[in-house]
Unconditional design. Structure first.
Length: 279
């Protein structure tokens, strides 16, 4: 059995990919990042595979905006690179055996396929090519043997305002002890394209106050009277609900994009060595 580690939040677009390879190894990816693995032991053929079936048979409570079935075991890099791109019938990869909506198949029970309201933006071909070139460049830098001790210094200067490692650093982003377990691909994805798979707890909340001020941060706490906004390098802000004119979650991550690109290559190599050493 394979159960995700991370909670999938209600009413939030989430990309789920399940891979089974020829040896019977299962891997579950959420928003392009490896979440959990399991081994089947033997390799069943999965004839009559059900998507969305539950036991007891109430049916899956999720809404599936799109279903893709591939005949090949896709790699972490392929899953990460393709989930924000659209597949159309005129340029459909040969190993994509089922695509919904699109293919003419009969769905069972009350099942139907409908578009998601908050799916992330789909990349254009040019954006996708640029993203692939960026990943190729940093994959190569991440594979070099860097100086992890120097990398820790780069981390202190660039990342520690928001992230803790070894109990030291800010509390805006997740604690990064053990983040090396994400693997090279997962790390690069989190750093190079942070807004592609924002964990729902870290979405930016944008608030307009009754005084007309625009504030953003992440929602650290809330109760009947107030909400608490957490912001970088500043005290948490407790905002009485009576002072909130409107509030909405932004798709953008609070994790800034472009940070690795702003570093000299030698610093990026050392930082990536340090992060990969955190296990
Ligand atoms: C302004 C605050 C901020 C800065 C600066 C920042 N991060 Fe982040 N980071 C975040 C937030 C918030 C998240 C979680 C949101 C998300 O998943 O997109 C995050 C997520 C991550 C993750 C994914 C963690 C996980 O468990 O999924 C990694 C890896 C990461 N950051 C690395 C870095 C590195 C390396 C730097 C420095 C180059 C850095 N961050 C700088 C705010 C920041």
């Amino acid at each position: 059995m394979l159960v995700s580690q991370r909670r999938v939040e209600a009413e939030t677009w989430t990309h789920v990919a399940l891979v089974r390879d020829a040896a019977g190894e299962l891997a579950l990816y959420l928003d392009g990042e490896l979440d959990a693995t399991a081994s089947l032991g033997d390799v069943p053929t999965h004839a009559g595979l059900d998507v969305g079936r539950t036991n007891p048979p109430a049916g899956c409570a999720a809404r599936l905006a799109e279903v893709r079935v591939w005949r090949t075991a896709r790699s972490a890099a392929e899953i990460g690179a393709s989930f924000r791109t659209r597949v159309t019938s005129d340029r459909r990869p040969a190993d994509l055996v089922l695509l919904l909506p699109g293919d003419d198949v009969e769905l069972s029970g009350a099942a139907r396929v409908e578009g998601a309201l908050d799916a992330p933006p789909v990349l254009t071909d040019a954006e996708r090519a640029a993203e692939e070139a960026l990943f190729a460049r940093y994959r190569e830098l991440a594979a070099r043997a860097g100086d992890a001790t120097r990398g820790r210094e780069v981390f202190r200067a660039t990342c520690a305002a928001c992230h803790k490692v070894g109990g030291e650093g800010g509390a805006i982003g997740p604690v990064l002890d053990g983040v090396g377990a994400k693997g090279r691909e997962g790390l690069l994805r989190a750093i190079l394209t942070p807004s592609a798979g924002v964990e729902s707890g870290y979405r930016t909340l944008v608030v307009r106050t009754t005084g007309g001020e625009l504030l953003d941060g992440f929602l650290a706490a809330e109760d009947d009277e107030a909400i608490v906004l957490r912001r970088k390098d500043r005290e948490d802000l407790r905002l009485p609900r009576a002072e909130i004119a409107s509030a909405r979650f932004d798709r953008l991550s609070l994790m800034p994009a472009g940070q690795l690109e702003a570093l000299a290559d030698a610093d990026a190599v050392d930082l990536l060595s340090f992060l990969q050493s955190l296990r």
